[in-house]
Ligand binder design. Structure first.
Ligand SMILES: [Zn+2]
Length: 316
């Protein structure tokens, strides 16, 4: 028996056929065209699921869908979505009508955390926290193979823990949220500020050579080449990442913290300093949790979505 996992994003929508072990056997991606009518997006999701199932040829038990925002998991209704026109829609019921399959719906960061727990970097661990450093900062907590369920659909928003009171303005309305310091968006902002302050630095030269386009990778490249401006940008960024990770460890005491998102491709370049800063600050003085980079990359959300029904329908 297989499952369809769908990862809905503001740019692309990916769907895959996933085995019970969490292996992706077939994957298809379409452009989200995120700001058209929500019913058209849902119809495309249903068509994509049907394509995946017919091309794969396996037998499928259900469809799991991860969406970028708050979800009422019991009713399958979406609430506020980020970067896609799917607010307040009965996505589960609509997709069930269109596909004839049972559908499970959850937040995409929760799905990524579940994917890493089932078949990724946190495989086999009883409790894991997965943090995704991307456009924003996502977070999912898995306990005994199950997503930690919040009471009112808004739990796990670790990206909006304030780590700098009165700090940078966040889209959520507060100031100083973690994601304003630890997301890739924040790293790009920091890099641009450093380039303005130090126009003759290697970082600034590298940016100009690339036509002025600053990416999340740029400061890592310049730092690897020994540029002190870039080294300072990265060090400052990783201290903020570590600050939020320390808070999560202090709250949850997990076996493992998985760092995902684009920045995680830097591997030990980020993990070693994060471990050092967390070990210095963690409550109790000894860092017991493992801190590792994600293993499933872009497939984590899709794999986790495909696993959504398992604990609710029993182990299939
Ligand atoms: Zn916020």
């Amino acid at each position: 028996m297989k499952y369809v996992g769908v990862d809905v994003g503001g740019t692309n929508i990916a769907a895959g056929a996933v085995s019970a072990e969490g292996e992706v056997t077939l994957k298809k991606t379409i452009s989200a065209r995120a700001f058209r009518e929500g019913s058209l997006i849902m119809k495309d999701i249903a068509d994509l699921c049907r394509d995946v199932m017919s091309e794969d040829g396996g037998e499928f038990a259900y469809i799991g869908v991860g969406v970028p925002g708050a979800v009422e998991t019991e009713t399958g209704v979406s609430r506020k979505m980020a970067n896609i026109n799917l607010d307040d829609l009965p996505i589960r019921d609509e997709l069930e009508k269109m596909t004839g399959f049972r559908v499970f719906l959850a937040n995409d960061a929760d799905c990524a955390a579940l994917g890493e727990n089932v078949n990724g970097a946190a495989r086999g661990s009883g409790m894991s926290v997965t943090v995704t450093l991307g456009t924003g900062v996502g977070c999912g907590v898995i306990i005994d193979g199950t997503i930690l369920k919040s009471s009112f659909s808004n739990g796990g928003e670790a990206g909006h823990q304030v780590i700098e009171y009165g700090g940078r303005q966040c889209g959520c309305g507060r100031r100083g949220c973690w994601e304003r310091y630890a997301s890739v968006t924040a790293l790009i902002y920091d890099s641009n500020e450093a380039i303005k302050r130090a126009p003759s630095s290697a970082l600034a030269k590298l940016a100009r050579r690339g036509g002025g386009r600053v990416t999340g990778r740029l400061a890592f490249e310049a730092a690897a080449a020994g540029d002190p401006t870039a080294i300072s940008v990265i060090d400052n960024y990783l201290r903020y990442v570590a600050c939020g990770v320390t808070n999560l460890i202090n709250i949850f005491d997990p076996e493992i913290v998985v760092i995902g998102g684009g920045v995680s491709e830097q591997g030990d370049v980020i993990i070693e300093p994060i471990k050092k800063y967390v070990a210095k600050d963690v409550y109790g003085g000894i860092l017991r949790a493992k801190i590792v980079t994600a293993a499933l990359g872009n497939d984590a959300g899709l794999v986790g979505a495909a696993m959504l029904g398992r604990h609710r329908l029993g182990r299939l």
